[in-house]
Design a protein around this ligand. Structure first.
Ligand code: LYS
Length: 299
């Protein structure tokens, strides 16, 4: 697919640190359109979905913080992603915190019967309101997408579930809550933690992931890349950094291998927070990885 639609989802309602709403601007500032155009793509920037400011009437004293706002944002994003897929274009979604993935996956679910998902992240994002230590919805999108959690979230853009637990591969996990661990075991969700990455190397992880998804006969693969999956040395501008992450080179390798296979049918890059960043370093890494994912070669 040589036609890409960029969709900004400038929401910070999934967590409590302001600033990640500026992620799409920072990524655009890092020349995402130019970089992809240089690869020969027809790139259309669809602009941002509308996220209402300032934050008012929000309920913070709950285990589903800013629920109403998150539902509004994700409903819009779901519609937009669905529209873009309907036009035969490749959706590239820019976050925003990871709660926006609820919307992206809902929009994709309308077009795929057996979608695979690669979740590149330090966290498992498999909390429910019952297990979440924070009440922050950005820790819940994968659980929501397999149909677990609040009714108002799981039914965004269509009936639950949006994806099958067996079609998920988490890569880079190193901060997993007890309830998430239980769910991973119970649902048989495939997880490559940092331990496996150290032990097997990224090459084998991606080879195995591709083989696994093919065996599952997926009809598309969505890449949901949280910049906190990468070590905070390289991507300091994230709200929930965890040391001991995936390196810059390993990440490029992963993107290049996915590109060679031609397996990725949609992508999102989330949690870039320019307020916490150093001279837009994290957005620059995001755009460099998008380059590799979409065909940039060193020589
Ligand atoms: N697992 C933690 C939580 O649920 C952190 C999630 C971070 C997501 N980016 O709050």
């Amino acid at each position: 697919n040589r036609e890409i639609s960029i969709i900004g989802a400038p929401s910070d309602y999934g967590q409590m640190r302001r600033g990640v709403d500026m992620g799409p601007s920072a990524i655009r500032y890092a020349d995402v359109s130019e970089r992809l155009q240089a690869l020969g793509y027809e790139v259309k920037d669809e602009g941002d979905i509308i996220v209402k400011r300032p934050m008012n009437n929000t309920q913070l004293d709950t285990n589903l913080k800013n629920l109403k706002e998150v539902v509004e944002v994700c409903t819009q994003l779901s519609d937009k992603v669905s529209e873009v897929i309907g036009q035969g274009r490749f959706p590239l979604v820019l976050g925003g915190d990871h709660s926006i993935a609820i919307g992206t996956l809902a929009g994709l679910a309308a077009h795929y019967d057996n979608l695979g998902v690669i979740w590149y992240d330090a966290h498992a994002d498999l909390n429910t309101p019952a297990t979440s230590p924070s009440g922050n919805i950005h820790g819940m999108p994968l659980a929501v997408s397999i149909g677990l959690g609040d009714e108002r979230l799981v039914t965004i853009g269509g009936p639950a579930p949006k994806i099958k637990p067996g079609n998920i591969i988490i890569i880079g996990a190193r901060s997993v809550d007890p309830g998430e661990r239980d769910l991973i075991r119970e649902k048989g969700i495939k997880v490559y933690t940092m331990h496996e990455i150290d032990r097997m190397g990224m090459t084998r992880i991606i080879e195995d992931s591709i083989a696994y998804l093919k065996e599952r006969k997926v009809d598309g693969v969505h890449l949901s890349l949280d910049l906190d999956g990468i070590d905070p040395l390289y991507t300091p501008g994230v709200g929930t950094p965890v040391p001991g992450g995936i390196t810059y080179r390993e990440s490029h390798l992963a993107m290049e291998m996915l590109e060679e296979e031609g397996i990725i049918t949609s992508a999102e890059f989330v949690e870039v927070n320019p307020i916490l960043d150093e001279r837009n370093k994290t957005a620059d890494v995001a755009v460099a990885l998008m380059g590799s994912l979409l065909g940039e070669k060193l020589v």
